[in-house]
Design a protein around this ligand. Sequence first.
Ligand code: MG
Length: 255
Amino acid sequence: MKNYILLPVAIAISTATFAQEKMKHEDTEFYSPVPTVVTPGKTNADPPSDAIVLFDGKNLDQWVSTDHPDQNADWFVHNGIMTVNKKAGNIQTRESFTDYQLHLEWRIPKDIEGSGQARGNSGLFLASTGKGDSGYEVQILDSYKNSTYVNGQAGSVYKQYAPLVNPNRPPGQWQTYDVIWTAPRFNEDGSLKSPAYVTVLFNGILVQNHSELKGVTKYIGLPDYYAHGPEPIKLQAHGDNSKPISFRNIWVRKL
Ligand code: MG
């Protein structure tokens, strides 16, 4: 009885081995499509040749008010950096994106005060799905010796995933986020086809490793999905009383 079962298996293995032996090295070598040539920046922080520069230190031409998208972004630009204007609210990119690679630098004021979530709170919304804080937030916060709920500290997917480690620099120093975002996809009836994924390097250190998002960020309640298409990237003007944070050198590559 055993032989009846094993015989076909033995034939299959020997056939596969025979096929392997018949292969030439060129059978597993491909010549197209040829990857596009991209010129890197002088450092890994500088925009490569195929990036869309979202902020180069000069102006906010690429940004609008989130709550009034017909109005220009009204944050402060000085000495090559942009600083949150809390009165003006959140800002978001003029352009919409689906999947992308993003580089962004942020700095907590050296003389920051406050504690927990009220200490340099801002946020990077990977896709802004509407006014206010709607969308998928990677938290920005002073998490250098400042404790809060771990899925709300800097580098977290807010209220979904804590960062793998805490690589925060002290207030007053520039910090980097390098993000790979895969947007969710939806069926025609609005149901979820495939979830969003995010990978985040924080100061060059992996803090989110292809994390599967459970939906849009919710302050109260569980995250869930609503159908949407390409969306802007949003930066948060958080309503706490601590000093506003600053940004510089923001660029994105569509994938
Ligand atoms: Mg925030």
